[in-house]
Design a protein around this ligand. Structure first.
Ligand code: PA5
Length: 468
């Protein structure tokens, strides 16, 4: 296992949580062959086609380029706005939450590690106009991130922001934008050339949900003052730790194998990621996209129809102990809980020894808030295990750029292995593309007339059933 992250899957085993939901030694032994095949298959593809994201930890020059680009602009801008959706938004957001002060935007400039940071992903008119109305646009840089260069949510909000910036600053509006998009294809790439807008590349073979360690995540990270080289170094260290075909010696292969077994042999179709750390709550959102879009497929690798894919869910400890854990402990036995324990904070917050003669307060005094959080995680782990509910704990020494880089790469590799175990293409997203095409058609985009007619005909044949 890696030096700074380990995975404890004791509570996924039959000997600890019972045969009904736990994995038996025989099941684990049998799966060793599947794991080895998954490792070999991924190993053969690494660095090529849609697995080119696996080379990102080595691309230090991209980190340097992003830092230089931001340094040239840092003096001119106080606000950094990402316009993007899916991987283009979830990756940068996860980095910001994990590695910046929890109230980063509220800090005065002298105490902030970088620019104030905002994301426009969903096309919510109220949110978009509120943000543009609030910011001093003369001090705002927009990073428009889209691999395809044509996603409607991103394209539309770019147009709105561009017009607002032009109205605020006039002809210098292009200086307020940096595009991160495909190196050659797409209308955003064309526009970068036409309007002389600075741009970065989403490299070939790097899909949205695997792009956080490319310029997609690295420019926002640089603007936030995150140590991007450390981020890549942590990912590279995890990569070095994932070189064995023996799942017991490869953390990403272990993660993929155990979760796949629990889904396919024990009907644990719901994979709940539950970090006990607010800093990692948005990481769980990033995981949800990675796991859902990569593994939720209806075609096997050899072209047969299937319907597979675990459902990823996000929860936050200890908050969701008071919301979700009742369901996880006593509800349907269809879940595995993946705790993330982030170690003790560098500066523990001590609970004062006040009202120590009162039962509700006395036992808390003199202990740490971080210590309490970990005790709560252990408590939930015990409750789940005693009810025969599988759970595992990913422990990180601490949360810093290196460990977060490692955690990202761990899940990206696990996803690649899981794709082979489920026998699906983990790197396409035909379901997402189908929705994009239908939206283009319904909104009247040129070239989608036939699709529009097909949808309208099909909708026209439906009897609408409504209740009010
Ligand atoms: O993982 C993916 O490729 C997708 O979910 C994309 O991140 C999302 O659809 C946005 O696409 P684009 O980057 O082309 O705007």
């Amino acid at each position: 296992m890696s030096k700074f992250i380990d995975i404890d899957f004791t509570n996924c085993l039959a000997e600890n949580i019972g045969k009904a939901s736990g994995l038996s030694p025989e099941q684990l032994n049998q799966a060793a062959g599947n794991a080895e095949e998954a490792f070999t298959s991924v190993q053969q593809q690494l660095g090529s086609d849609w697995l080119r994201w696996s080379q990102l930890p080595q691309q230090i020059e991209t980190a340097e380029k992003c830092s230089d680009l931001w340094k040239q602009r840092a003096e001119s801008f106080d606000n950094f706005v990402v316009i993007g959706i899916g991987g283009s938004a979830l990756g940068p957001t996860a980095l910001k939450s994990a590695l910046c002060h929890p109230f980063h935007n509220e800090l005065p400039a002298a105490k902030r590690s970088g620019a104030r940071f905002y994301v426009l992903d969903n096309v919510d008119p109220g949110r978009c106009s509120a943000l543009l109305g609030m910011l001093d646009l003369s001090r705002t840089l927009f990073n428009v991130i889209t691999k395809s260069g044509s996603t409607a949510e991103t394209a539309s909000q770019f147009l709105v922001a561009r017009r607002a910036v032009e109205e605020a600053v006039g002809k210098s509006w292009p200086d307020h934008f940096i595009f991160t998009t495909d190196g050659e294809k797409g209308d955003l790439r064309i526009l970068a050339g036409k309007e002389k807008i600075a741009s970065l590349e989403v490299p070939d073979g790097v899909g949205g949900r695997f792009s956080v360690l490319s310029a997609v995540g690295l420019l926002p990270a640089a603007a936030l003052g995150i140590n991007t080289k450390e981020l890549l170094a942590g990912a590279a260290e995890m990569q070095a730790g994932c070189q064995s075909s023996d799942w017991q010696k490869n953390p990403a292969l272990a993660l993929a194998t155990i979760l796949w077994l629990l889904d396919t042999k024990k009907e644990k179709h719901i994979h709940v990621m539950m970090p006990y750390s607010n800093a990692l709550a948005d990481f769980a959102d990033w995981y949800k996209q990675l796991w859902a879009e990569s593994l939720g497929k209806n075609l096997t690798l050899d072209g047969k129809t299937c319907s597979v894919g675990p459902t990823p869910v996000k929860a936050l400890g200890a908050t969701d102990q008071h919301s979700q854990v009742q369901l996880y402990v006593e509800g349907p036995a269809d879940k595995v809980i993946i705790f993330i324990s982030a170690g003790m904070p560098e500066s523990e917050l001590l609970i004062p020894r006040d009202y120590s003669d009162m039962a509700a307060f006395g036992y808390l005094g003199g202990r740490g808030i971080g210590e309490l959080l970990e005790a709560e995680r252990r408590g939930t782990e015990v409750a789940l295990s005693e009810h025969g509910r599988p759970n595992m704990t990913i422990s990180m020494d601490k949360i810093d750029a290196g460990t977060v880089g490692g955690l990202i790469f761990l899940w990206e590799m696990a996803t690649a292995y899981a794709g082979v175990l489920y026998s699906v293409d983990a790197f396409n997203q035909p379901g997402v593309e189908a929705g994009k095409i239908a939206a283009f058609a319904l909104f009247g985009r040129d070239g989608f007339e036939e699709e529009r007619k097909r949808i309208e005909d099909s909708l026209g044949q439906q009897n609408r059933r409504t209740v009010c």
